[in-house]
Design a protein around this ligand. Structure first.
Ligand code: F6P
Length: 319
């Protein structure tokens, strides 16, 4: 391929800019032309497409968000919507597309490929819930943002001898809650992948209190229940003074960590290598610190693997 495009889609994630930069620079390094699609799949359908140069991606490696902007598009889920997108790509002479985003974005990339336009998926979402990779771009930064908040809340929890419930993002996946829970020394972590028993949680909190613990931190993934619901249930059962913090979209922004910048650079560059060899319909990822790529249909069919050993360890360490 000699001319390719790149877009970011779905929820933004810190490190997406670093990934776009890698795609653009790697393509130009290999004498390809590179076009940016602005505004995700919605921008693709409306033809918001511009040629990018080396300088177009200068000074963005350290910025959160995505300079290509992003969107969630219902129309692109229809065949007619995707046909509009393919027409725009062909009009610009683009032969392959790098799609940086989460599972909804991957689905779009898979369908585009099936309908005749080769795409490569790059996993970009804070949720860490993309199959075919151990880590997604943005997850490390998001967990570090959560930990920063947990550490601060711990100060207040300790000063006032309170129980705090902290709700974090993750509609279908508990990775943010799990990693932040272990790293933040939470007493309890509620994730969609594990059964929760409110009586057992209450007992653990009471045991802690009896042996002199001054406060407790509970981290709940939004996919389990809202922080307010969890706080209400815990207060009812334990009668402990409980406060709730919902971290929300603060988790999606901010300067990407080194880990996310390096991951984004490696994955973005690999996606270009695949298109350079005329290989579409793939999803790139990282496993055991090695770059991998899978057929995008197979990748989407793989179950999301959460590391339940971390869940077990966190329980063992918060007795
Ligand atoms: O998919 C990433 C994510 O941040 C989820 O964790 C969260 O539930 C969702 O996006 C929020 O999406 P929106 O910004 O569209 O409300």
């Amino acid at each position: 391929m000699k001319r390719i495009g790149v877009l970011t889609s779905g929820g933004d994630a810190p490190g997406m800019n670093a990934a776009v930069r890698a795609v653009v620079r790697k393509a130009i390094y290999h004498d390809m032309e590179i076009y940016g699609v602005f505004g995700g799949y919605a921008g693709l359908m409306s033809g918001n497409i511009k040629k990018l140069e080396l300088g177009s991606v200068g000074d963005i490696i350290h910025r959160g968000g995505t300079f290509l902007q992003s969107a969630r598009s219902e129309e692109f889920k229809t065949k007619e919507g995707r046909q509009k997108g393919i027409e725009q790509l062909k009009k610009h002479g683009i032969e392959g597309l790098v799609v940086i985003g989460g599972d909804g974005s991957y689905r779009g990339a898979m369908l585009l490929t099936e309908e005749g336009f080769p795409c490569v998926g790059v996993p970009g979402t804070i949720d860490n819930d993309i199959p075919g990779t151990e880590f997604t771009i943005g997850f490390d930064t998001a967990v570090n943002t959560v930990i920063d908040a947990v550490d601060k809340i711990r100060d207040t929890a300790s000063s006032h001898e309170r129980t705090f419930v902290i709700e974090v993002m993750g509609r279908n996946a508990g990775d943010i809650a799990l990693w932040a829970g272990l790293a933040g020394g939470a007493e309890t972590i509620l994730i969609p992948e594990a059964e929760q028993d409110i009586q057992e949680i209450a007992q653990r909190l009471k045991n802690g209190q009896e042996r002199g613990k001054k406060h407790s931190i509970i981290i709940v993934a939004e996919g389990v229940m809202s922080g307010y619901e969890a706080g209400k249930q815990i207060e009812e059962v334990t009668k402990m003074d409980t406060r709730v913090t919902v971290l929300g979209h603060v988790q999606r922004g901010g300067t990407p960590t080194v880990t996310d910048r390096v991951l984004a650079s490696r994955l973005g560059a690999r996606a270009v290598e695949l298109l350079l060899n005329n290989t579409g319909g793939r999803a790139v990822g990282i496993e055991n610190n090695q770059l991998v790529d899978y057929d995008i249909i197979e990748a989407l069919a793989m179950p999301h693997k959460i590391d339940l050993d971390i869940y077990k360890l966190s329980k063992e360490l918060s007795i």
